[in-house]
Write a new protein. Sequence first.
Lengths: 258, 245
Amino acid sequence: MIEFKNLKKRFGEKIVLDGISHVMETGKTNLIIGASGSGKTVLQKCLVGLIEPDAGEIIYDGVSFTQMTSEEKKKLRQEVGMLFQGSALFDSKTVEENIRFPLDMFTKQSMADKIIRVNEVLERVNLSGTNRKFPSELSGGMKKRVGIARAIVLNPKYLFCDEPNSGLDPQTSMVIDQLIRDLTLEFNITTIINTHDMNSVMEIGDNILFLVDGKKEWYGNSEDIILSKNEKLNRFIFASQFLQDAKNMRMMQSGEGK
Amino acid sequence: MKILSQIGSYALMIKGMFKRPENPKVYWKEFMHQCSDIGIRSLGIVSIISVFIGMVSTFQTAYQLTSPLLSKTVIAQIVRDTVILEFAPTLVCIVLAGVVGSKIASELGNMRVSEQIDALEIMGINTKTYLILPKIAAAILTIPILVIIAMVLGIYGGRLAGSMAGILSVETFDRGLQEGFVPFNVTFALIKAATFAFIISSIPSYYGYNVKGGALEIGRSSTSAVVISCILILLADYILAALLL
């Protein structure tokens, strides 16, 4: 579980995070949604320690992250996996070397054991046999899956995903969503996802935090969204007529429609 | 103010490099990789430049020494000393600032923009130690070796040009090389090479590591890194000459 209290961050005059508090639950897919510039990425970067918040506290399973020394933070980060928007794979390394890298750095396993583990996670993300390929030889969806494989190779307790579906077709997006969801349940990980993808919100949103201008505007789950009367949330989620019609239909089915 | 802030940030980057490596084996591998990238891959261009510099030096020295009272061995002495003192360390390092410096700046800049540096940070790796220290250490080790090779090839080029053009015989050139040789000149050239190697690797690392934006900024930072490195090489050249000669 990751809890953050009264988190504040500003860049110059612009307030990016304005006193946000929330709890990200273990074993659930916690989604951060909001329009561009609402503070999602900054919030996630504060949570992983890439950006220092101006005020507030971040607590990882009861331990204050904000008060940790840099050495303690480094240790905790070995329990954190992150999937970046652009996958952030190391261009000069093969798929196998990319995934093996955290093992090389932080474990004393033999090369044979490391390769067994790499093959395990590659199989888990349905990419067996791609060990010797370079990132430039992979499609966008494959890169994301290699990114996930690298993120989970050390069995993390916390998984952060920044826009995991950006640049992917709807079908591949669903595969990635399902994979993240399955891993979260299988290993009881605290998963935090920044997303714009409404399909993800509806399919895997166990715990959704909606930000507007750096403030917590709404929270709930995917079922609550359908029934929500929050205007800003409705405008954001159901921006298209198609989605609006779908919502109306769902509400009529649940007896809340006009 | 901006310059002061950049100097401060550069100094902090250098200080931040000296942290205990997470796994020395991985760092050693990275260091060897950088030695190959900076040293071996630059060998071709350094060799070509050095041979031609030596050849041109012989022609130009002979052209200017027209007095019949001067022995032809003086040509070899002048070629030797200019190659050892200036051409091999300074000119080669200025070329390396372009070749190696732009590569370091664009490599780190690309890693920054594509979030690869963030990915390393998230893993708990000290990115300054892992990405910058091996580059600087490899440059300080390999560039003086390249400069020694440049000295040898430069003098050989001068000797070759002298005999091919009939300016002076190989025997005369070799005799000239041994006359009035000051071994400290080689030491001085190596001190210069190590200093320039630090500049060539650390300045582009600073510019690349701190890139903000996209592809355009990577190009700009790479150009700035090369320009600043060249200016600092010339400045350091002057300071070292004033202090040590």
